[in-house]
Design a protein around this ligand. Structure first.
Ligand code: 5GP
Length: 253
């Protein structure tokens, strides 16, 4: 069998050339990193869980008309996606103060925000993904004003959908990060949701207990990351509630 051509390798995923032009295969690794890769570990089963959870959210968002890169899941660790030109921004939506917002502005973690707040970071590991203003984005040509308007609308739709999904299973969606990409049709382009949506890129707190069910478990050494992600997957029905060992998840097809 011919070896697949690797197109890109990031901290948590690998992209391979897809079977058709305009497609890619996205492989979810078990690698966990935090603080711009200063903290690293291999978490058995994380890639499998994130593949399934990202599929769950992308399919749900597709069903309500949000364009996404997701085509289909191929196996436990891989999904077929549309190739797109990634906009070099991390788009963060916050409902509750936490993380860098709390540190930067001195707002206590857990304080509800008066409305969802959207922030943009420039995607550059060497610079530590710095927070940027719309002025920087437009001046440096990372996106134009129309793109930004579309990104804000898309991010708020993702927030509504994700908040609802989570609230239904007793989880508070504190914040999350998304990435978007451009699909070109001659000189015109449209934006689609890309990358992944998983507990790696969200803050998820149990509504009753406040227990963290996201990557902060790894960042802050709060216990087993696989247990936390398995809990999210079980509550959402992505994993059967009585499935076996969390390190080798039994998944519903
Ligand atoms: P903060 O700015 O507070 O560190 O992060 C805000 C939200 O965006 C959190 O849910 C966090 O997980 C997510 N986020 C921020 N930067 C990254 C990143 O580089 N990778 C991933 N996976 N998530 C990020």
């Amino acid at each position: 069998m011919a070896r697949r051509k690797k197109v890109y390798e990031g901290k948590a995923k690998i992209l391979y050339e897809g079977p058709e032009p305009g497609t890619l295969v996205q492989y979810f690794k078990d690698d966990a990193t935090a603080f711009n890769a200063q903290k690293k570990d291999i978490i058995d089963g994380k890639g499998v869980l994130n593949n399934r959870l990202s599929e769950f959210f992308m399919v749900g968002l597709g069903n309500i008309g949000v364009p996404t890169h997701f085509i289909k899941r191929l196996n436990m660790r891989e999904q077929l996606i549309r190739a797109c030109e990634i906009v070099p921004l991390e788009i963060i939506v916050r409902n509750v103060a936490a993380g860098t917002l709390s540190t930067r502005l001195g707002i206590e973690e857990g304080t509800p925000l008066p409305r969802p707040i959207i922030e943009f970071c420039y995607k550059d590991d060497k610079l530590g993904d710095p927070l940027v203003a719309e002025e920087h984005i437009i001046a440096f040509g990372w996106a134009n004003q129309q793109d930004l308007d579309d990104i804000v609308a898309l991010a708020l739709r993702v927030n509504d959908f994700m908040s609802g999904c989570m609230m239904a299973v007793g989880i508070k969606l504190v914040d999350f990060k998304i990435e978007v990409g451009r699909i070109w049709d001659n000189d015109m382009h449209s934006l689609i949701l890309a990358d992944e949506i998983s507990p790696d890129s969200c803050r998820l707190w149990d509504i009753e207990t406040g227990k963290k069910l996201d990557k902060d478990v790894f960042r802050r050494d709060l216990g087993s990351l696989t247990d936390a992600y398995t809990e999210v997957a079980r509550r959402l029905g992505v994993l059967p509630t009585n499935s076996g060992p969390v390190t080798r998840p039994t998944l519903i097809n």
